[in-house]
Design a protein around this ligand. Structure first.
Ligand code: 13P
Length: 251
């Protein structure tokens, strides 16, 4: 069943102590919110265990922002699925445009990361999106279609129960420029259509597709009101409890 989700991608922000504080704020204020949406936060690796402990007694879930595709070994500085699981994490963000751009993560590499997350019984939030150049050339559907096909279409149908999709147009991330609700809806509908063509209508209908890119308390409601938008992946506005909760209240 498709679920509404608001996920906060904290990126490289918040110390361990700040993580504890933000989770405490979120927890106390979330008690007043009861709209059935899943609420996920993705702090940095070093704060994951603190976050997992701090969310206890609430519905907040903790995700990681990245993961290495190998099970273990000589990969200095990297973190494996087993390590994340042992820290109490069940969801991993894969394919964020910042990882694609700054760390040169290719579609093929992302496919192997997706496989590693799923092989460990965890859930993937898979990000994709076009650059401003693609959008200006009206290439956005082609580009997004290609990213999804190359990293996800090798999966068997049953694997999709552990996939959440996140459309994040690169030109809208951290820029204050948001895709219009119509642009988001058009893309989400397109994604559902290509997934349904490859698999089935039911499978496509069951996937939660989040929008990310300058989602704020003042625009969340309108974006979330679109039929194929099932929530948001939030960057900057997830770092303040009041803003994040206002977005959760956007359903
Ligand atoms: P902003 O909400 O800061 O634009 O970031 C979006 C994002 O990249 C979430 O993953």
């Amino acid at each position: 069943m498709r679920k509404n989700i608001v996920a906060g991608n904290w990126k490289m922000n918040k110390t361990v102590a700040e993580t504890e504080q933000l989770v405490a704020d979120l927890k106390s204020k979330l008690q007043d919110v009861d709209n059935g949406a899943r609420v996920i936060i993705a702090p940095s690796f070093v704060s994951l265990t603190t976050a997992v402990t701090a969310v206890k007694g609430s519905e907040i879930e903790v995700a990681a922002q990245n993961m290495h595709q190998e099970a273990n070994g000589a990969y200095t500085g990297e973190v494996s699925a087993e390590m994340l699981k042992s820290a109490g994490v069940n969801t991993v963000i894969i394919g964020h445009s910042e990882r694609r751009e700054y760390f040169k993560e290719s579609d093929e590499l992302l496919a192997s990361k997706v496989d590693a997350v799923l092989a460990n019984g965890m859930e993937v939030i898979f990000c994709f999106g076009e650059t401003l150049k693609d959008r200006k050339l009206d290439n956005q559907l082609l580009e997004v279609g290609s990213q999804i096909k190359k990293s996800l279409f090798h999966l068997p149908a049953e694997a999709w129960k552990n996939i959440v999709l996140a459309y994040e147009p690169v030109w809208a991330i951290g820029t204050g420029e948001t895709a219009t609700p119509e642009q988001a809806q058009e893309m989400h509908k397109f994604v559902r259509r290509i997934v349904s063509k490859k698999y089935t209508d039911e499978l496509a209908d069951d996937i939660s597709i989040l929008y990310g890119g300058s989602v704020k308390p003042n625009n969340a409601k309108e974006i979330f009101s679109k039929p194929d938008v099932d929530g948001g992946l939030i960057g900057g506005a997830s770092l303040k409890a009041d803003d994040f909760l206002a977005i959760v209240n956007g359903f």
